[in-house]
Design a protein around this ligand. Structure first.
Ligand code: AVJ
Length: 334
Protein backbone atom coordinates (compact mmCIF):
# COMPACT_ATOMS: atom_id res chain seq x y z
CA UNK A 1 0.00 0.00 0.00
CA UNK A 2 1.26 3.51 -0.71
CA UNK A 3 0.11 7.11 -0.74
CA UNK A 4 0.03 7.09 -4.53
CA UNK A 5 -2.31 4.11 -4.98
CA UNK A 6 -5.77 4.48 -3.53
CA UNK A 7 -6.95 1.82 -1.06
CA UNK A 8 -10.44 2.30 -2.50
CA UNK A 9 -11.80 4.05 -5.56
CA UNK A 10 -15.30 4.37 -6.93
CA UNK A 11 -16.57 7.03 -9.31
CA UNK A 12 -15.58 10.45 -7.98
CA UNK A 13 -14.20 9.06 -4.69
CA UNK A 14 -10.69 7.83 -3.82
CA UNK A 15 -9.46 6.88 -0.37
CA UNK A 16 -5.75 6.82 0.46
CA UNK A 17 -4.40 5.23 3.62
CA UNK A 18 -1.22 5.98 5.53
CA UNK A 19 1.34 3.39 4.38
CA UNK A 20 3.32 3.79 7.60
CA UNK A 21 0.71 3.96 10.37
CA UNK A 22 3.19 2.30 12.74
CA UNK A 23 5.18 5.52 12.80
CA UNK A 24 2.31 7.01 14.73
CA UNK A 25 2.28 5.88 18.35
CA UNK A 26 -0.65 3.55 18.87
CA UNK A 27 -3.42 3.96 21.41
CA UNK A 28 -1.84 1.27 23.63
CA UNK A 29 1.59 2.94 23.54
CA UNK A 30 0.13 6.34 24.36
CA UNK A 31 -1.97 4.92 27.23
CA UNK A 32 1.11 3.14 28.63
CA UNK A 33 3.09 6.38 28.55
CA UNK A 34 0.26 8.58 29.79
CA UNK A 35 -0.68 6.41 32.78
CA UNK A 36 2.90 5.33 33.42
CA UNK A 37 3.95 8.67 34.84
CA UNK A 38 2.57 11.61 36.77
CA UNK A 39 0.73 13.81 36.25
CA UNK A 40 -1.47 11.27 34.44
CA UNK A 41 -2.27 12.36 30.89
CA UNK A 42 -4.31 11.00 27.98
CA UNK A 43 -4.29 12.55 24.51
CA UNK A 44 -7.51 14.16 23.22
CA UNK A 45 -7.17 12.62 19.75
CA UNK A 46 -8.36 9.34 21.32
CA UNK A 47 -11.75 10.86 22.24
CA UNK A 48 -13.01 10.21 18.74
CA UNK A 49 -14.07 6.58 18.44
CA UNK A 50 -17.65 6.02 17.21
CA UNK A 51 -19.29 6.84 20.54
CA UNK A 52 -16.88 9.72 21.19
CA UNK A 53 -17.60 11.24 17.78
CA UNK A 54 -21.33 11.03 18.50
CA UNK A 55 -20.80 12.69 21.90
CA UNK A 56 -18.72 15.45 20.29
CA UNK A 57 -21.53 15.97 17.80
CA UNK A 58 -23.88 16.42 20.77
CA UNK A 59 -21.45 18.95 22.31
CA UNK A 60 -21.65 21.07 19.14
CA UNK A 61 -25.42 21.37 19.71
CA UNK A 62 -25.15 22.50 23.34
CA UNK A 63 -26.31 26.09 23.92
CA UNK A 64 -23.19 26.70 26.05
CA UNK A 65 -20.78 25.46 23.36
CA UNK A 66 -21.05 28.47 21.03
CA UNK A 67 -17.88 27.69 19.00
CA UNK A 68 -19.42 25.50 16.28
CA UNK A 69 -22.48 27.70 15.76
CA UNK A 70 -20.53 30.94 15.53
CA UNK A 71 -18.06 29.41 13.10
CA UNK A 72 -20.87 28.09 10.91
CA UNK A 73 -22.48 31.55 10.83
CA UNK A 74 -19.14 33.16 9.89
CA UNK A 75 -18.64 30.69 7.04
CA UNK A 76 -22.19 31.25 5.80
CA UNK A 77 -21.73 35.03 5.86
CA UNK A 78 -18.17 35.34 4.55
CA UNK A 79 -17.67 32.12 2.55
CA UNK A 80 -18.09 33.72 -0.88
CA UNK A 81 -15.85 36.64 0.07
CA UNK A 82 -13.15 34.24 1.29
CA UNK A 83 -13.29 32.18 -1.90
CA UNK A 84 -13.29 35.33 -4.08
CA UNK A 85 -9.86 36.25 -2.67
CA UNK A 86 -8.32 33.65 -5.01
CA UNK A 87 -8.26 33.08 -8.74
CA UNK A 88 -10.20 30.08 -9.94
CA UNK A 89 -9.96 27.15 -10.25
CA UNK A 90 -9.47 26.34 -6.58
CA UNK A 91 -8.83 23.00 -4.95
CA UNK A 92 -9.83 22.48 -1.35
CA UNK A 93 -7.79 20.74 1.37
CA UNK A 94 -9.03 20.24 4.92
CA UNK A 95 -7.03 19.16 7.96
CA UNK A 96 -9.14 17.13 10.40
CA UNK A 97 -12.32 17.31 8.35
CA UNK A 98 -14.49 15.20 10.72
CA UNK A 99 -18.11 15.35 9.63
CA UNK A 100 -17.30 18.22 7.18
CA UNK A 101 -20.71 19.81 7.79
CA UNK A 102 -19.32 23.36 7.81
CA UNK A 103 -17.03 22.61 4.87
CA UNK A 104 -20.15 22.28 2.76
CA UNK A 105 -20.57 26.07 2.94
CA UNK A 106 -17.12 26.64 1.40
CA UNK A 107 -17.66 23.89 -1.19
CA UNK A 108 -20.88 25.57 -2.29
CA UNK A 109 -19.22 28.98 -2.46
CA UNK A 110 -16.50 27.52 -4.71
CA UNK A 111 -18.93 25.62 -6.94
CA UNK A 112 -20.94 28.81 -7.42
CA UNK A 113 -18.09 30.14 -9.58
CA UNK A 114 -16.27 27.14 -11.07
CA UNK A 115 -17.64 24.02 -12.74
CA UNK A 116 -15.86 21.27 -10.86
CA UNK A 117 -13.96 20.93 -7.60
CA UNK A 118 -11.63 18.40 -6.00
CA UNK A 119 -11.84 18.22 -2.22
CA UNK A 120 -8.96 16.62 -0.27
CA UNK A 121 -10.13 15.89 3.27
CA UNK A 122 -7.59 14.48 5.74
CA UNK A 123 -8.87 12.78 8.86
CA UNK A 124 -7.62 10.17 11.29
CA UNK A 125 -10.96 8.35 11.18
CA UNK A 126 -11.60 6.45 7.90
CA UNK A 127 -15.26 5.95 8.89
CA UNK A 128 -15.85 9.69 9.31
CA UNK A 129 -14.06 10.31 5.99
CA UNK A 130 -16.10 7.80 4.03
CA UNK A 131 -19.38 8.90 5.56
CA UNK A 132 -18.81 12.65 5.09
CA UNK A 133 -17.40 12.18 1.57
CA UNK A 134 -20.40 10.18 0.44
CA UNK A 135 -22.81 12.73 1.86
CA UNK A 136 -20.99 15.53 -0.01
CA UNK A 137 -20.74 13.57 -3.26
CA UNK A 138 -24.43 12.68 -3.14
CA UNK A 139 -25.43 16.35 -3.11
CA UNK A 140 -22.80 17.71 -5.55
CA UNK A 141 -22.35 16.14 -9.00
CA UNK A 142 -19.49 18.53 -9.77
CA UNK A 143 -17.44 17.39 -6.76
CA UNK A 144 -14.63 14.80 -6.61
CA UNK A 145 -13.15 13.68 -3.30
CA UNK A 146 -9.60 12.48 -2.72
CA UNK A 147 -9.65 11.45 0.93
CA UNK A 148 -6.67 10.67 3.15
CA UNK A 149 -7.09 8.50 6.25
CA UNK A 150 -4.16 9.78 8.25
CA UNK A 151 -2.81 11.88 11.03
CA UNK A 152 -2.43 15.18 9.14
CA UNK A 153 1.13 15.79 10.27
CA UNK A 154 2.11 12.37 8.82
CA UNK A 155 0.43 13.21 5.52
CA UNK A 156 2.01 16.65 5.26
CA UNK A 157 5.40 15.04 5.94
CA UNK A 158 4.76 12.68 3.04
CA UNK A 159 3.96 15.66 0.74
CA UNK A 160 1.55 13.50 -1.24
CA UNK A 161 -1.57 15.61 -1.49
CA UNK A 162 -1.58 15.49 -5.28
CA UNK A 163 -3.08 18.95 -5.81
CA UNK A 164 -2.63 20.71 -9.17
CA UNK A 165 -4.37 24.07 -8.94
CA UNK A 166 -4.50 26.96 -6.52
CA UNK A 167 -5.17 25.48 -3.06
CA UNK A 168 -7.33 26.75 -0.24
CA UNK A 169 -6.50 24.81 2.94
CA UNK A 170 -8.94 24.74 5.86
CA UNK A 171 -8.23 24.12 9.54
CA UNK A 172 -11.55 24.71 11.24
CA UNK A 173 -13.39 24.00 14.46
CA UNK A 174 -10.75 25.48 16.77
CA UNK A 175 -8.79 22.26 16.27
CA UNK A 176 -5.63 24.37 16.58
CA UNK A 177 -6.64 24.72 20.24
CA UNK A 178 -5.51 21.16 21.00
CA UNK A 179 -1.91 21.96 19.97
CA UNK A 180 0.68 23.28 22.37
CA UNK A 181 2.03 26.49 20.77
CA UNK A 182 5.35 24.89 19.73
CA UNK A 183 3.52 21.99 18.05
CA UNK A 184 1.15 24.41 16.30
CA UNK A 185 4.12 26.35 14.94
CA UNK A 186 5.62 23.11 13.65
CA UNK A 187 2.35 22.16 11.94
CA UNK A 188 2.13 25.55 10.18
CA UNK A 189 5.75 25.23 9.06
CA UNK A 190 4.92 21.85 7.54
CA UNK A 191 1.78 23.20 5.88
CA UNK A 192 3.67 26.18 4.49
CA UNK A 193 6.24 23.84 2.96
CA UNK A 194 3.45 21.85 1.26
CA UNK A 195 1.62 24.84 -0.25
CA UNK A 196 2.70 27.13 -3.08
CA UNK A 197 3.06 30.93 -2.97
CA UNK A 198 -0.39 32.43 -3.49
CA UNK A 199 -2.23 29.49 -1.91
CA UNK A 200 -4.71 30.22 0.90
CA UNK A 201 -5.09 29.00 4.45
CA UNK A 202 -8.23 29.59 6.51
CA UNK A 203 -8.11 28.88 10.23
CA UNK A 204 -10.99 28.99 12.75
CA UNK A 205 -10.17 29.62 16.42
CA UNK A 206 -11.82 30.50 19.69
CA UNK A 207 -11.04 33.99 20.98
CA UNK A 208 -9.84 34.76 24.50
CA UNK A 209 -12.70 35.98 26.67
CA UNK A 210 -14.20 35.99 30.13
CA UNK A 211 -13.27 32.81 32.05
CA UNK A 212 -16.90 32.24 33.10
CA UNK A 213 -18.09 32.03 29.47
CA UNK A 214 -15.27 29.64 28.56
CA UNK A 215 -15.72 27.46 31.62
CA UNK A 216 -19.46 27.11 30.99
CA UNK A 217 -18.79 25.96 27.41
CA UNK A 218 -16.70 23.07 28.78
CA UNK A 219 -18.56 22.33 32.05
CA UNK A 220 -21.95 22.11 30.40
CA UNK A 221 -24.77 21.55 32.92
CA UNK A 222 -26.19 18.62 30.88
CA UNK A 223 -22.97 16.66 31.44
CA UNK A 224 -22.34 15.84 27.78
CA UNK A 225 -18.73 17.03 28.00
CA UNK A 226 -18.23 14.93 31.14
CA UNK A 227 -19.54 11.87 29.24
CA UNK A 228 -17.28 12.75 26.27
CA UNK A 229 -14.27 12.71 28.62
CA UNK A 230 -15.33 9.59 30.54
CA UNK A 231 -15.75 7.75 27.24
CA UNK A 232 -11.96 7.87 27.00
CA UNK A 233 -11.81 5.61 30.09
CA UNK A 234 -14.61 3.45 28.68
CA UNK A 235 -12.66 3.15 25.42
CA UNK A 236 -9.58 1.99 27.36
CA UNK A 237 -11.80 -0.64 29.02
CA UNK A 238 -13.32 -1.74 25.68
CA UNK A 239 -10.20 -1.80 23.54
CA UNK A 240 -7.40 -2.50 25.99
CA UNK A 241 -9.20 -4.57 28.64
CA UNK A 242 -8.93 -1.78 31.23
CA UNK A 243 -10.67 -1.94 34.62
CA UNK A 244 -11.61 1.74 35.05
CA UNK A 245 -14.68 2.25 37.24
CA UNK A 246 -16.14 5.33 35.56
CA UNK A 247 -18.24 6.16 38.62
CA UNK A 248 -15.05 6.77 40.62
CA UNK A 249 -14.26 9.83 38.46
CA UNK A 250 -15.69 13.29 38.09
CA UNK A 251 -14.96 15.77 35.31
CA UNK A 252 -13.98 19.42 35.47
CA UNK A 253 -12.55 22.06 33.11
CA UNK A 254 -10.73 25.17 34.28
CA UNK A 255 -9.45 28.22 32.43
CA UNK A 256 -5.72 28.76 32.85
CA UNK A 257 -5.60 32.45 31.98
CA UNK A 258 -1.79 32.62 32.00
CA UNK A 259 -1.55 29.95 29.29
CA UNK A 260 -4.82 30.99 27.61
CA UNK A 261 -6.18 27.45 27.72
CA UNK A 262 -9.09 25.50 29.10
CA UNK A 263 -7.57 22.47 30.85
CA UNK A 264 -9.83 19.44 31.18
CA UNK A 265 -9.43 16.74 33.83
CA UNK A 266 -10.94 13.54 35.14
CA UNK A 267 -10.53 13.46 38.93
CA UNK A 268 -10.68 10.37 41.15
CA UNK A 269 -13.26 10.79 43.92
CA UNK A 270 -12.15 7.70 45.86
CA UNK A 271 -9.09 5.46 46.00
CA UNK A 272 -8.95 3.39 42.84
CA UNK A 273 -6.60 0.87 41.26
CA UNK A 274 -6.65 0.29 37.54
CA UNK A 275 -5.04 -2.31 35.33
CA UNK A 276 -4.84 -1.93 31.57
CA UNK A 277 -3.50 -5.27 30.30
CA UNK A 278 -3.66 -4.26 26.63
CA UNK A 279 -1.27 -1.40 27.36
CA UNK A 280 0.81 -3.26 29.98
CA UNK A 281 0.26 -0.62 32.65
CA UNK A 282 -1.36 -0.26 36.08
CA UNK A 283 -2.14 2.99 37.91
CA UNK A 284 -3.29 3.92 41.39
CA UNK A 285 -5.45 6.89 42.27
CA UNK A 286 -5.99 8.67 45.56
CA UNK A 287 -8.98 11.01 45.91
CA UNK A 288 -8.12 14.23 44.07
CA UNK A 289 -5.62 12.61 41.67
CA UNK A 290 -6.31 13.76 38.12
CA UNK A 291 -5.88 12.66 34.53
CA UNK A 292 -5.31 15.61 32.18
CA UNK A 293 -7.38 14.84 29.08
CA UNK A 294 -7.26 18.00 26.98
CA UNK A 295 -6.00 21.56 26.60
CA UNK A 296 -8.14 23.88 24.48
CA UNK A 297 -6.12 27.00 23.67
CA UNK A 298 -7.80 30.37 23.11
CA UNK A 299 -6.18 33.13 21.06
CA UNK A 300 -6.00 36.78 20.19
CA UNK A 301 -5.91 37.30 16.44
CA UNK A 302 -2.39 38.74 16.81
CA UNK A 303 -1.29 35.47 18.45
CA UNK A 304 -2.70 33.35 15.63
CA UNK A 305 -1.08 35.63 13.06
CA UNK A 306 2.26 35.22 14.80
CA UNK A 307 1.98 31.41 15.03
CA UNK A 308 0.83 30.90 11.44
CA UNK A 309 3.54 33.27 10.15
CA UNK A 310 6.03 30.49 11.00
CA UNK A 311 4.83 28.74 7.85
CA UNK A 312 5.43 31.75 5.60
CA UNK A 313 1.83 33.00 5.65
CA UNK A 314 0.61 36.60 5.70
CA UNK A 315 -2.77 37.62 7.13
CA UNK A 316 -5.23 38.62 4.43
CA UNK A 317 -8.44 39.15 6.40
CA UNK A 318 -10.03 38.30 9.75
CA UNK A 319 -13.74 37.72 10.26
CA UNK A 320 -15.36 37.54 13.69
CA UNK A 321 -18.83 37.77 15.20
CA UNK A 322 -20.26 40.92 16.78
CA UNK A 323 -19.61 39.60 20.30
CA UNK A 324 -15.96 38.72 19.41
CA UNK A 325 -16.37 35.14 20.53
CA UNK A 326 -14.78 33.34 17.59
CA UNK A 327 -12.74 34.24 14.51
CA UNK A 328 -11.67 33.05 11.09
CA UNK A 329 -8.36 34.37 9.77
CA UNK A 330 -7.51 33.99 6.09
CA UNK A 331 -3.81 33.76 5.18
CA UNK A 332 -1.96 33.77 1.89
CA UNK A 333 1.27 31.82 1.46
CA UNK A 334 3.96 34.33 0.49
C1 AVJ B 1 -12.66 19.91 18.75
C2 AVJ B 1 -10.69 20.33 20.04
C3 AVJ B 1 -11.96 22.15 19.17
O1 AVJ B 1 -11.39 21.95 22.44
O2 AVJ B 1 -13.27 22.95 22.08
C4 AVJ B 1 -15.22 20.28 23.05
C5 AVJ B 1 -13.12 19.60 21.70
N1 AVJ B 1 -13.61 19.31 24.13
N2 AVJ B 1 -15.57 20.19 24.34
C6 AVJ B 1 -12.50 22.00 21.91
C7 AVJ B 1 -13.97 19.73 22.93
C8 AVJ B 1 -14.62 19.58 24.99
C9 AVJ B 1 -12.94 20.88 20.97
N3 AVJ B 1 -12.05 20.80 19.75
Amino acid sequence: MSWTTPAARSGRFSLYRDPHPARIASFADDVRTGLGMRPYTLAPKYFYDDLGSALFDAITRLPEYYLTRVERDLLATYGSQIVATFDEPLELVELGSGSAVKTRLIIEAILARQETLTFHPIDISPDALIESSHALLASHDALSVSAYASDYTALLHARRLGTRDRVLALFLGSNVGNFEPAAARELFTLLGATLQPGDGFLIGYDLKKDASVLELAYNDPTGVTAAFNKNLLARINRELGGTFDLSAFSFYAQYDAAAGAIRSYLRAERPHEVAVPGAGVTATFEPGDTIHTESSFKFLTAEIVELVAAGGFRERATYSDAASRYALTLFVRT
